[in-house]
Ligand binder design. Structure first.
Ligand SMILES: N[C@@H](CCC(=O)N[C@@H](CS)C(=O)NCC(=O)O)C(=O)O
Length: 229
């Protein structure tokens, strides 16, 4: 049985966005059952867990007899490849779909995370006001470039939903939560198409139900702070 690792709780801005939704989504797309292991903060930063996830983060995807995978992009590609689903049949298109998974994570997500960092974590109002327009301009440039690349197509590569669409739509959730998709009508329609898939809706509902069932105290952040002092 496949097991993925997630956090017991996440703050409201992250509910439905924590990256284990990518593993849940792809597994539901291909119809493979899985268990979920829930961790608190000290467990995520423990030496034992770091042997599976060197950065002390979620998600991890484990299966008997295979090494634990610790990058959501790797999980999505691994599951799709092994299932023989969610990747175009044509070799060239398949290579391009993989290219778009990497682009989502490497060329688009970082610019959106820069905005998220300001919106959710920067405390000083003056610093926040000065930085937000800078990072927002850069992020919107990337979104515009993605929209141009998508053009009038339904899916980013080929004529069917693929892992490339899954990962792009996952990354676009960050932009949506930050109200950055306003004005990008084609991207919004594209993302909505992907988010409407039953596998995505179920994955998000499952993650949110876990978060709702826990409280911040269940993460034991204080115990982690104390162990670091
Ligand atoms: N590149 C990694 C990023 C994983 C990541 O950022 N995980 C976040 C949750 S979405 C996390 O574990 N944050 C808690 C922490 O860093 O302590 C992936 O795509 O799997």
């Amino acid at each position: 049985m496949i097991r993925i690792t997630a956090m017991k709780w996440a703050p409201p801005f992250a509910a439905g966005q924590v990256r284990d939704h990518r593993a849940r989504w792809v597994l539901r797309e291909v119809g493979w059952p899985y268990d979920v292991r829930l961790l608190d903060a000290p467990a995520m930063k423990s030496a034992d867990y770091r042997r599976e996830q060197p950065f002390g983060q979620v998600p991890v995807l484990e299966e008997d007899g295979r090494p634990a995978l610790f990058e959501s992009g790797a999980m999505v590609l691994d599951v799709a490849t092994r299932a023989g689903m969610l990747l175009p049949d044509d070799a060239g298109e398949r290579a391009l779909a993989i290219c778009w998974v990497i682009a989502a994570l490497n060329s688009i997500e970082p610019s959106l995370m820069n905005v998220a960092e300001v919106a959710y974590f920067m405390k000083d109002p003056a610093q926040k006001a000065a930085r937000r327009p800078v990072v927002e301009t850069a992020a919107c440039r990337r979104l515009g470039e993605l929209q141009d690349a998508l053009g009038a197509r339904t899916w980013i590569v080929g004529d069917a939903f693929s892992v490339a669409d899954l990962m792009l739509a996952s990354v676009l959730k960050i932009a949506h939560r930050l109200d950055l998709l306003d004005g990008f009508d084609a991207l919004q329609a594209y993302a909505a198409r992907c988010w409407a898939r039953p596998a995505h809706r179920e994955a998000i509902a499952e993650q949110c139900a876990t978060i709702d069932a826990h409280r911040m105290e269940d993460m034991h952040y204080n115990a982690l702070k104390q162990s670091r002092t």
